[in-house]
Design a protein around this ligand. Structure first.
Ligand code: PAD
Ligand code: ZN
Length: 379
């Protein structure tokens, strides 16, 4: 029996309060309005950005349904949707790609992927772009999270936030392309534009940082120095292309000084993939003063600032950042999935745990204790 046009009752993980476990609840998911798509989620990864919300480091209105690294099947579409049909394998995109923008057209510039209209306005209020929510639980409206909310068996997204992918794609693997893999890999190949023979430093070896390592390797870097306080991450970093692994606590000197000594003055490309201000500064300082490029990938704690001496940049250093690896989601995500299907890269090393959706809190505990890279939850 078709569910199109009807409210669907299904399970979802609701975050009611900061620093509390997720509650598995029955929620009602309203049908998609015009320009919206309802997706049945098959698999969803746990990313540190979701945990930044739980801890309060990233601010979004609560109660909310978090989750953003997912793949699924389109269940139904609202009026005027033209780019996907029911039954299509698809990605909910945490960085939409509207091709048109009320503000300054950033998303249609070839070098920028940030959709100002949606990212600034509706994400801040925890709704879809029309300013309302499609979720209710126990009679209360529940907020959306960055327009995707994939810790729910069904979710509704704006058409600009859905990409159609190859129907044969294994959802339990390609879901990582929905955030962690693309963010890390793109930060190396698209944002930094790592060059063959170069020297790179990667701070933080979670799912995103290891994907940066993969990107540096694919771009032909000669040296990839992986930095993490958790030495258990080193074996996997080496498997994926790191040439050296170092732990800051093993040195008396600041880690940027260690890296500068190891590389005759500084690395060509550095990446902060943790989300801390001190390591963002260390990452900036370890790249070459005249020709180094440092990329901020980690999400900084809400409302905190860095104070930077402009002299650090005057000699020629480049300091930049990007969301979602600089990819334009609607066109680049299907291409990345096609590359995965053509075996141009593997995601197996990044997926350390697969759990039923109901064990979401166990998955977050594995991330917080440093025991997992990516946990994928299956519906
Ligand atoms: P993760 O928690 O799996 O990995 C972080 C790694 O950093 C872990 O291995 C830690 O041991 C390590 N670490 C922690 N503190 C330190 C320290 N002081 N020095 C060295 N290493 C340390 O996270 P993740 O890989 O899922 O995400 C990494 C960051 O990227 C996080 O801040 C997340 O919010 C952000 C992110 N940004 C985007 C984007 O579009 N820019 C997308 C996805 C994730
Ligand atoms: Zn993420």
């Amino acid at each position: 029996m078709s569910t199109a046009g009807k409210v669907i009752k299904c399970k979802a993980a609701v975050l009611w309060e900061l620093n509390k476990p997720f509650s598995i609840e029955e929620v009602e998911v309203a049908p998609p309005k015009a320009h919206e798509v309802r997706i049945k989620i098959g698999a969803v990864g746990i990313c540190r950005s979701d945990d930044h919300v739980v801890s309060g480091n990233m601010v979004t209105p609560l109660p909310a349904i978090l989750g953003h690294e997912a793949a699924g099947i389109v269940e139904s579409v609202g009026e005027e949707v033209t780019t996907v049909k029911p039954g299509a394998s698809s990605f909910p995109l945490c960085l939409p790609d509207s091709g048109m923008c009320a503000f300054r057209h950033a998303c249609i510039l070839p070098f920028n992927n940030y959709v100002l209209r949606i990212c600034y306005v509706s994400n801040a209020q925890g709704t879809l772009p029309d300013g309302t929510s499609r979720f209710t639980c126990k009679g209360k409206p529940i907020h959306h999270f960055i327009g995707v909310s994939t810790f729910s068996q069904y979710t509704v997204v704006d058409e600009s936030a859905v990409a159609k992918i190859d129907a044969a794609s294994p959802l339990e693997k390609v879901c990582l392309i929905g955030c962690g893999f693309s963010t890390g890999y793109g930060s190396a190949v698209k944002v930094a534009k790592v060059t063959p023979g170069s020297t790179c430093a990667v701070f933080g070896l979670g799912g995103v940082g290891l994907s940066v390592v993969m990107g540096c390797k694919a771009a032909g870097a000669a040296r990839i120095i992986a930095v993490d306080i958790n030495k258990d991450k080193f074996a996997k970093a080496k498997e994926l292309g790191a040439t050296e692994c170092i732990a800051p606590q093993d040195y008396k000197k600041p880690i940027q000084e260690v890296l500068k000594e190891m590389t005759d003055g500084g690395v060509d490309f550095s990446f902060e993939v943790i989300g801390r201000l001190d390591t963002m500064m260390a990452s900036l300082l370890c790249c070459h003063v005249a020709c180094g490029t440092s990329v901020v990938v980690g999400l900084p704690p809400d409302s905190q600032n860095l104070s930077v001496n402009p002299m650090l940049l005057l000699a020629g250093r480049t300091w930049k950042g990007a969301v979602f690896g600089g990819y334009k989601s609607k066109e680049d995500v299907p291409r990345l999935v096609a590359d995965f299907m053509a075996k141009k890269f593997s995601l197996d090393a990044l997926i350390t745990n697969v759990l039923p959706f109901e064990k979401i809190n166990e998955g977050f505990d594995l991330l917080r204790s440093g025991k997992s890279i990516r946990t994928v939850l299956m519906f």
